[in-house]
Design a protein around this ligand. Structure first.
Ligand code: DGL
Length: 360
């Protein structure tokens, strides 16, 4: 009897154990289902950088590690998201071209339109990160979180900032609070708007600042948003990545003492459709450069004054406005170039272009 009972209990115990395991698996499946689906689009940069030396933080190879290795390096990501990756490019962001920018943005747009994706994280070199981020901020037609992240130290360095930046980026991309805020840059425990943030230091991990306008939030274990972006973005703009096939050439000319018109002439000759003049102070332009700008505008180019000070508003100037020289509002020269390229896909009307600069 006893033996019989014991014998009868064995399969029962097995069944119970199986049921328990199934239950646990179902629970974990359920848990996975409750996690946001985040797609990571990798483009290279220091976050994917590697070097033989653990103490080298400058002479490493950017874009050496692939997207799967980036995800595997931070196993904790699995606790906060169902994460999968795609390699769009593996480059230093100084080599980001309009073509790669379009490829990345189109893919981000497609993914965000899908019900299977709750948010996107783009990994990117920090050098031109703000340009890509601002472009995405203007062309993506979705409210879902879109986060751009990089690092200042390569993945092999002591105190690499990539893993924590990546973890924070995925956390923000999976959060409800990040919806409808445009493209966000997450670095060094801060959440910044792509519209306001800029790289301010060549090497330090706290390089990204939103100097005049402030950050949108911080990550202190949890996510704390405390600002909204006042400028139009994503769904509110006239630009839709699905409809943009190519971008016109827009060049930046830096203003300095004794500058001349010849750089304007060279840009026109090279096929530019627009020029950003990084003027001194409040977008001041020398008389010689003004001649270059006037000649370019006569050929149909749009010319926008920005400021090499990188802070503050370039204010309208009645005399220059009469000459149809536009003003970049508070966009720095590299972001002004991004907006002018997009504006020129829509119009050549200086007044309409100026409206874009005032509103975006
Ligand atoms: N060359 C740089 C780039 O990819 C590396 C710098 C970085 O990612 O921080 O932008």
């Amino acid at each position: 009897m006893i033996t019989g009972c014991a014998g009868a209990n064995e399969p029962l115990n097995e069944t119970r154990a199986e049921a328990k395991a199934e239950n646990a698996a179902a629970k974990s499946d359920q848990k996975q289902k409750n996690l946001p689906n985040i797609r990571m689009l990798a483009t290279g940069g220091t976050i994917a950088g590697a070097d033989k030396s653990k103490t080298s933080t400058t002479n490493y190879k950017a874009g050496a590690v692939g997207v799967d290795a980036l995800i595997e390096a931070v196993p904790e990501l699995q606790d906060i998201a169902n994460i999968s990756g795609e390699q769009i490019a593996n480059i230093g962001s100084q080599n980001m071209t309009n073509q790669t920018l379009l490829k990345l943005s189109k893919r981000a747009g497609e993914l965000l339109a899908s019900d299977d994706v709750d948010g996107i994280v783009v990994t990117h070199g920090t050098d031109t990160l703000e340009e890509t981020a601002y472009f995405l901020n203007l062309v993506i037609k979705s409210d879902k979180p879109l986060v751009i992240v990089g690092s200042m130290r390569p993945s092999t360095a002591i105190g690499a900032d990539g893993p924590s930046n990546l973890y924070n980026a995925v956390k923000v991309a999976g959060s409800k609070e990040a919806k409808g805020k445009g493209a966000l840059v997450v670095m060094n425990d801060r959440i910044a708007s792509a519209r306001y943030v800029t790289k301010t230091n060549t090497t330090t991990p706290d390089t990204f600042k939103s100097e005049e306008m402030g950050n949108l939030g911080v990550i202190a274990n949890d996510i704390y948003f405390f600002n909204d972006i006042a400028k139009k973005h994503t769904k509110e703009t006239d630009f839709d990545i699905a409809k943009i096939a190519r971008l016109p050439q827009v060049d930046i000319i830096y203003g300095y003492q004794s500058d001349g018109r010849y750089l304007f002439d060279a840009a026109v000759k090279a096929g530019a459709k627009g020029i950003i003049y990084a003027g001194s102070g409040n977008g001041s332009i020398s008389d010689e450069a003004k001649k270059g700008a006037a000649a370019a505008m006569k050929k149909g180019l749009a010319v926008v004054r920005s400021s090499r000070t990188k802070n503050g508003v370039v204010t309208p100037n009645p005399e220059l406005e009469k000459a149809k020289l536009l003003a970049s509002n508070s966009l720095n020269p590299e972001k002004a170039r991004i907006l002018l390229m997009l504006a020129l896909t829509k119009t050549n009307d200086p007044q309409k272009i100026q409206t874009y600069f005032n509103e975006y």
